[in-house]
Write a protein that binds this ligand. Structure first.
Ligand code: PHB
Length: 390
């Protein structure tokens, strides 16, 4: 097996395959340091945590992560709690994705996984023995032959073309805004995450640890993250969640996250398949990205076991059909949360008041809150069957 990409999807796949004694080589264009320090979203579904802990991929999440049993939706100056635990019997875990990556990387490397950093894939040729061509950090050519190739190489996937026929073929939606994200040294401003719809634009108050907060402001996609002074950032965040007081402190990291929805036109062809962001991208509202990647990986790992160990291609031929329903549910949920909470540049008073109507319908109805809670905490997945390998 060749797995392109050492993100959560690629590393988790290599881990599940190794448990079934299927060997893989992981190719990653970035350095280990780069992948471990890229700041990403921080919410894991309970099933994601169960999979990570029960397969021995990460147990640190139970020690260093924090369970959150609900979120607050704010609009019109008021907060409304959505009680995940009461509505679904599940919470979610706040544990940053780069910590998951660190755990997966050290587990895989300790177990002797072949991971090649700084290797850029240039072409994938499908066939009975597919071939992967790549260049090393020093520019030397690499050619690998294998039984199956998986593209777990993110939204700019180099593998996608071998599956869809083009690097961009699929279903897209762009958004006229982005998130300006900060990390700051200050204790959490609230026990749970706050998603706030305000007339000044969306804000999300999240956290990383008892001493570090992660916060986001809706912004123009072209915003230079260094352009706003710390004071201006705090002023803007505060007025978007008012009257809830924010705890403030030195800002030590700033970034801008682009928004996009995308599903590739196909996810499998011959001996090549796509998982995670290579197959689909969601906007970050609702934190579905990594959880969706993990759900793909479970289905794909099971299909590859049947194919490579038993010569049975039924499951791999059903892979796309099996994962697409969840992908489109997550696409819808991420889009829905995004459009309900953000302010588009051309929004009228009608649009603003209609959003309040929509938010009121959600928070005032148990069915509305339950719908949100089920999607946020994650729809049931075939975890037990897939875990049968352990
Ligand atoms: C985060 O903490 O980075 C985070 C949390 C929830 C989201 C997105 C990002 O919906």
């Amino acid at each position: 097996m060749v797995i392109v990409g050492a993100g959560p999807a690629g590393l988790l796949l290599s881990h599940l395959l190794a448990l079934a004694e299927i060997e893989s080589t992981v190719l990653e264009c970035r350095s280990r340091d780069q992948i471990e320090t890229t700041v990403r979203a921080g919410i894991l579904e309970a099933d994601t945590v169960r999979l990570l802990t029960e397969t021995g991929a990460s147990t640190r999440v139970l020690r260093d992560g924090a369970r959150h049993d609900g979120i607050e939706l704010r609009f019109n100056g008021e907060g409304h709690r959505v009680d995940f635990m009461g509505l679904t019997g599940h919470g979610v875990w706040l544990y940053p994705q780069h910590e998951v990556l660190k755990d997966l990387l050290s587990t895989r490397l300790e177990q002797g996984q072949d991971i090649r950093f700084g290797v850029t894939v240039t072409a994938v040729h499908d066939g009975d023995r597919p071939q992967v061509r790549a260049t090393d950090t020093d520019g030397s050519e690499l050619r690998l032959e294998c039984d199956f190739v998986v593209g777990a190489d993110g939204s700019h996937s180099a593998v996608r073309k071998a599956v869809t026929g083009s690097a961009t073929s699929g279903h897209f939606r762009e958004y006229p805004f982005a998130w300006f994200g900060i990390l700051c040294e200050a204790p959490p401003s609230a026990a749970e995450l706050i998603y706030s719809n305000s007339e000044h634009g969306f804000a999300l108050i999240s956290q990383r640890s008892p001493t570090v907060q992660r916060m986001y402001l809706q912004c123009d996609p072209e915003l230079d993250p260094e352009a706003m002074s710390d004071d201006l950032v705090w002023e803007e965040l505060q007025r978007r969640v008012a009257p809830h007081p924010l705890s403030t402190g030195p800002i030590f990291q700033r970034d801008v996250l682009r928004f996009r929805s995308f599903v590739a036109s196909s996810l499998h062809r011959g001996h090549v398949a796509l998982v995670g962001d290579a197959a689909h991208t969601v906007p970050p509202t609702g934190a579905k990205g990594m959880n969706l990647a993990v759900a793909d990986v479970l289905v794909l790992a099971r299909a590859l076991r049947a194919l490579l160990l038993d010569g049975n291609a039924t499951a791999i031929n059903r892979y796309e059909q099996d994962v697409l329903p969840r992908i489109w549910k997550a696409q819808h949920f991420s889009w829905w949360m995004t459009q309900m909470l953000h302010r588009t540049p051309d929004a009228s008073e009608f649009d603003r008041l209609r959003q309040h109507g929509e938010l009121s319908s959600v928070v005032e109805s148990e069915a509305g809150r339950r719908y949100l809670a089920e999607a946020y905490t994650g729809w049931p997945r075939p975890t037990d069957e897939a875990l049968a390998v352990v």
